[in-house]
Design a protein around this ligand. Structure first.
Ligand code: ADP
Ligand code: TYD
Length: 198
């Protein structure tokens, strides 16, 4: 589904620990300082389906079928209630994770990423800009480890490698930009701003 609304959808993707939340916050602040209407959001959301998914990350992983169904339900609600209304009214949405994470993380569990993409794009608008924050898995785990004390079910090394490779496979998409997330926070922000023409 192409995004032909007046506003802009900016998506930040990358494995856990690449700095998505940090950069999403800095980008939103920068664009708001330029007088733009910006909504920052993330997936899984804090809605009913997203909350169930978050709980499962530590209480015990759901079956791949249940997990995929919940991510699709969470995203449909997110598109209907926040994403589409905001960009249709000319606003900017900055997302910390979107359906590319589903392609990566549920792809790592054996579902065909292309099928996941097609299922999502039947209702979810493609982004105007996809920022892929790239970082070696070991470096990312070091950052997450420091923050969470231990990696959760989603953050096992081999599946993170699959996810990193999946994200990298998207860099040739017309809307994608690869960002070296190993640089310091301000340098990563500078790289991102180079790609965000308002
Ligand atoms: N460029 C960076 N260099 C070093 N540490 C970073 C950088 N960006 C973020 N961090 C730190 O790494 C951890 C994960 O950052 P976060 O933005 O939550 O990543 P994500 O949302 O991708 O999981 C946090 O402790 C954060 O302060
Ligand atoms: C959006 C999305 C996230 N996830 C996973 C990635 C995260 O490890 C986990 C929880 O997301 P999140 O709370 O955003 O973790 P983090 O802040 O570390 O990014 O959900 C999927 O498996 N599929 C998806 O479609």
């Amino acid at each position: 589904m192409s995004n032909d609304s007046k506003g802009k959808l900016i998506v930040i993707e990358g494995i856990d620990g690449t700095g998505k939340s940090t950069q999403a916050r800095m980008l939103a602040e920068q664009l708001r300082s330029q007088g733009l209407q910006v909504k920052q959001s993330f997936e899984p959301t804090n809605g009913p389906w997203g909350s169930k998914l978050r709980a499962s990350a530590t209480s015990g992983r759901l079956s791949i079928e249940e997990e995929l169904e919940l991510f699709l339900k969470d995203r449909r609600q997110h598109v209907d209630e926040l994403i589409q209304p905001t960009i249709s009214s000319g606003g900017i949405v900055i997302l910390d994770r979107y359906y590319f994470s589903t392609m990566a993380y549920q792809g790592a569990r054996g579902i065909d990423p292309l099928e996941i993409r097609q299922a999502n794009e039947s209702f979810a608008p493609q982004p105007d800009l996809l920022l892929i924050l790239d970082l070696p898995v070991d470096l990312a785990l070091e950052r997450v480890g420091v923050r969470d004390g231990q990696a959760n079910e989603f953050e096992q090394r081999d599946s993170l490698q699959f996810c990193r490779d999946l994200f990298l496979s998207l860099q040739d998409e017309p809307f994608a930009k690869l960002v070296d997330a190993s640089r310091d926070i301000d340098e990563v922000h500078r790289q991102i701003m180079e790609n965000v023409t308002v």
